[in-house]
Structures are given as structure tokens and as C-alpha cells.
Write a protein that binds this ligand. Sequence first.
Ligand code: SF4
Length: 371
Amino acid sequence: MGLTMRETKKVKIGNIYIGGSSPIRVQSMTKTKTSDWKATVKQIKNLENIGCEIIRVAVPDMDSARAISEIKKNINIPLVADIHFNWRLAVEAINQGADKIRINPGNIGSKENIREIVSVAKKKKVPIRIGVNAGSLTILKSPASSWFKMQVKQRAKQMVKELMENIRIIENMNFADIVVSLKANDVPTTLLANQLFSKARNYPIHLGVTEAGTQFTGVVKSAAAFGILLNQGIGDTVRVSLTAAPEEEVKAGWEILKAVGLRKKGIEIVSCPTCGRCQTDLIKIVNQLEKKLSTLSAGWRTQLSTRQLKVAVMGCIVNGPGEARDADIGIAAAAKRLGLLFKKGKPIKKVPQDKWVKELIKEIKNLEADY
Ligand code: SF4
């Protein structure tokens, strides 16, 4: 049974929507200097190719804001400008064609500064994400702040309180094209803050665990937080923040959505963990297969494919034949390092271990040609 997502306000970002009944969007952020528009475009094109649906760029200076129009001309996905501290950069980014801006009102200065941004955003119909991060709450500016001693519940409530204050400022300027985010660097605070907010208002929510860490820990933290929230119907777009290449963020975002059953695209590899019964060098084979699939030009390769293909690679006859039969293409190790290859549920031939990857790729290509 599919998940029931909370119905949020639908917000247009460039040529796509988030919120309402739109699919949960996968986004990432470039790691290049935005002012180097050529390098930034190159990175965005790579991300587009693997299924990134919205891209955010840092705008720390005027050169970066001015680069936005050139970047926009060369990419196909909506571009979000990320602004801190300086309201003039937000205004310039919008004027240069940004499809959305992300501000953290806690560091953008006076209400008058926010008013300047909102007035241009309204004129250009550009939505604003109000992103509240636990690490930049205004309460932290007070020397007497007891933030560091606060429990998860108090922290989450404080994040929601500051977000609501900022929403009210913008709403009072008759602006409602709002997306929000509530990020902490730990899962419990991120969960509670998003849960509390989602009960209060229906603006679309960008999910993220901020400063999540390296590829391994960041993916685990994000999967834990997003899995729980998405299962509760909370979240309209996801960004997996990693101290790693942005491609890894996009791949992880898609895998999390696929794991919770919210998006189904591309190739899913089903493989067993191996154990003492394993009849083949399965870990090596699956890694080789995954690598090969990522460089295939077949339409299955990317998340942009509208099709889904399940490939099972299994280590013995305990669960092997069952999983292999259930997949579009599957192989299960039997005795003497021979694998029994299944296609659409039917066994078709025996394959020696050193030919598994080659045979699987061949059958995947054949299947694609059949569609
Ligand atoms: S399928 Fe066989 S080898 Fe793989 S984990 Fe299960 S019992 Fe072990």
C-alpha cells in the first residue's frame, strides 16, 4: 500500500511544482564557486543526468549572484539561490533569474531587509524557502542562551517558534509562495521540529539533516530521518547533505525515496548479504555490476527513466531462486560456482561465475530493446 502524504500547498519553482500532489523532489547543491559559472554548469549537467530535479547554488557575493543568468541559460532544472547575511544578494539573484531563493531570516537582518526581498520576489513570482537551521537560531545570539542545555523537545519547539515568526513577517507582506525547512544535525530534533510544524501549517517542507557528515554517516542519518517523516506523510522535497560529491547526494536521495516506496524509477539491485552458504564471490560481482550499470547508456540507467527494472543477484539456493524468479532478471548461485539465470520468472541457463556480470548486462540490454 502506498504512503499517504500530507496535502501541502502547491508551489511552482521554475518549470516544476513541489507540494500538493506533486512527487517528492530530489535536490542537491553545487560545490563549485558559483561565480565560476562554467564549472557550476558542468556540475549541474552531471547532476541532471542522474536525476537531480532542483539545484541550489551558494550566493556569497555579487559575482555569484550575477553568474545566475548565465548558469540558468545552460541548465534545464530549476535553480535556487542560497543567501545568507546580505539581502541585496537575494534581490540580485531574483533579478538574474533564480527560480527560488533560500534565506535564513535569522541572519538576513532587519524586517526592512526582508521586506525588500519579498517585494522583488512577489513581482517576479519567485518562491522563498525559509530555512531555519538549529545552528543559526536567533536565540544563539543571546549570551545568556541556554540552548546548549536544551533538550530535544525544547530545541525543536524553539526552531518552530522562530520559523513561525519569520513566516508571519512574510505573510504580513501578503506573500504566501513559501517553502520551509527545519534542519538540525541530529535526527531526533529534526524529526520533532518537522512533526510539530506539519501539524501547524501546510507549507511544503524541504527535508534535510544539516551537516549530516560523511557519505556513510550522512546517508544513514538522512535515511533514518526522511524514512520516518515520509512514512508519516511529511516532506515534499529532499536533500541529503553529505561531505561528499553532490552526485552521491542525488543517488542517496533517490534510493531513500525508492526504499520507502515513493518513487520507482531506474534499476533496483536486490542482492543478499552473503553468509557461510554463499557459493560465489557475490560482493565482488555485485559491486562490478553496480559500477557497470552506472556507466551503461541504457535508458534504465538513470533515475530519469520512467521504467523500473529489478535485478536480483543471490548467493545460494536458500533464497536465491525465489528472489531471482521474482525479479525481471535474476541469478542465483548453485553448486560449483554456477549461477542459474532467470528472466521474467523463468530459468533460462546456467552461467559460470566469471560470466555473471556480462550475462546480466546482456540480458538487461535485451530487455530494454523489448520494451
Ligand atoms: S541467499 Fe544464501 S548465501 Fe545469500 S545470505 Fe541467504 S543463505 Fe546466505
